[in-house]
Design a protein around this ligand. Structure first.
Ligand code: AMP
Ligand code: MG
Length: 423
């Protein structure tokens, strides 16, 4: 069997075992190696939520479809209004949203209109009802209204023939509404990438099993399932695989045969029972496996057959950090998404001192909120052990500390990556 070639990561010279990559190098390397999965499907609008468009969507209509009133008020002709003093206009009818006025507004006339009512023929301006003195058959309007006030023009939001959403856009709530606003019932989206994942470790038991001494529950398969679902991938849970060469090898075969991406957790360090990297070397190809980051230093990225492979570390926080920094952008690219970068960092004042040794980029779990003056401040969740999953649950952001930086004094400004931009 021939092994497909992986390019050398920048600055790594192919010697992936010796030299740690920076986070940015690893991200660039992984993204460069991932292309959208082939295959699309046609979905009804609601089913397309959080999927990625595989077509440019063109509007068949003007939005708004007709010139209409932006307010409850009176539609009139601006030319009829006196420039100083009030004008009395004859009230010739009422129109509601969905019920156009069939007549025409002539000189000295007006029509009562509601928000969204089509603007009656002849009228060019709407005066808010709060600004007129209205009787049963006539209204008095003061001066000082401009032609076109409170009128929304047909096509002012979107012209017929214009591209509403581009191929590669994720269908989030406003996009779903936008598609409905142009009458779209179905869209073509990329198929979901299938992601097979399993945990490795003799100590792991699944929820529902009894724990013997030295055993722990497998939580990584749950965080992975959750992150994959949120992202819109198609997760395939393959359970727990023991620390055993043959078992890991057959799990790799099975996973790579059915999935676009294989994700494992645990077993990528240099411990006595860490077989993931050597199995990847045997069956496929390892792109790299050391990153200058904390948590998450050992991370295997590579390929088995046609499947991309991520060997995440075992510690529960490391799994989440490496997933969000590396696997998530890669999966978004596989899903066809054009914009795969997480939201830009914020700067905030850190109110707690932080321990940090130069050499690795750190992702410390923290809580970002406005202080009493409305300034954004951030504080550590406390213990930063990579096994403390509760720190991820308490946090709403990462404080991202640059590779070469050291300890942070309370009061310093730090880079913050809010979870709402990445989860
Ligand atoms: P490893 O990378 O396999 O050496 O695992 C590092 C640490 O993470 C060890 O303490 C493991 O027990 C723990 N760990 C590994 N996999 C899981 C998992 N699926 N769920 C919870 N903890 C895990
Ligand atoms: Mg292990």
């Amino acid at each position: 069997m021939t092994k497909p070639a992986l390019s050398d990561p920048a600055g790594c010279g192919g010697d992936h075992a010796k030299q740690a990559l920076t986070v940015a190098q690893a991200q660039a390397y992984i993204l460069n190696d991932c292309v959208p999965v082939r295959g699309t499907e046609r979905l009804a609008l609601r089913a397309a939520l959080e999927r990625v468009l595989a077509e440019d969507v063109v509007s068949p209509v003007d939005v708004p479809a007709h010139t209409n009133s932006a307010m409850d008020g009176y539609a009139l002709r601006a030319a009829d209004l006196s420039e100083d003093g009030t004008t009395e206009l004859a009230l010739i009818g009422t129109t509601l949203a969905g019920h156009p006025f069939t007549g025409r507004v002539g000189k000295g006339q007006c029509v009562r209109v509601m928000t969204g009512s089509p603007l009656p023929d002849g009228a060019d301006t709407v005066v808010m009802q709060e600004q007129v003195d209205a009787g049963a058959s006539a209204v008095r309007v003061a001066e000082d209204h401009q032609r076109g006030d409170n009128v929304r023009l047909a096509g002012e939001d979107l012209r017929r023939g214009a591209i509403v959403l581009e191929s590669g856009a994720r269908i989030h709530p406003p996009a779903l509404g936008l598609l409905a606003s142009i009458g779209r019932a179905e869209v073509t989206v990329h198929r979901r990438p299938r992601v097979a994942f399993f945990s490795t470790g003799d100590e792991l038991r699944s929820v529902g099993q009894r724990l013997a001494p030295g055993q722990i529950y497998d939580s990584n398969r749950y965080t992975l399932y959750a992150m994959l679902r949120r992202l819109g991938a198609d997760p395939v849970d393959m359970g727990v695989v023991p620390d055993n060469r043959d078992a890991i090898e057959s799990a790799f075969h099975e996973a790579a045969a059915c999935a676009d991406v294989v994700i494992t957790s645990g077993g990528v360090s240099v411990g006595a029972a860490d077989y993931v990297k050597e199995t990847l070397e045997k069956l496929g190809q390892v792109g790299f496996w050391q990153i200058a980051m904390k948590p998450g230093r050992p991370l295997a990225f590579g390929q088995i057959g046609d499947a991309r492979f991520f060997g995440l570390p075992g510690n529960p926080v490391s799994v989440m950090v490496t997933f969000y920094q590396f696997a998530a952008p890669a999966l978004r690219r596989l899903m066809g998404e054009t914009n795969v970068r997480p939201a830009a960092f914020l700067r905030a004042r850190c109110t707690t001192p932080l321990n940090k040794r130069p050499g690795r980029t750190e992702y410390q779990r923290a809580i970002l909120e406005p202080d009493d003056d409305g300034e954004l401040v951030v504080r550590s969740t406390g213990s930063q052990g990579s096994g403390v999953l509760r720190s991820m649950g308490q946090a709403n952001c990462f404080i991202v500390l640059a590779r070469d930086s050291g300890n942070v004094e309370a009061g310093s400004r730090v880079d913050v990556q809010p979870f709402f931009g990445i989860m």
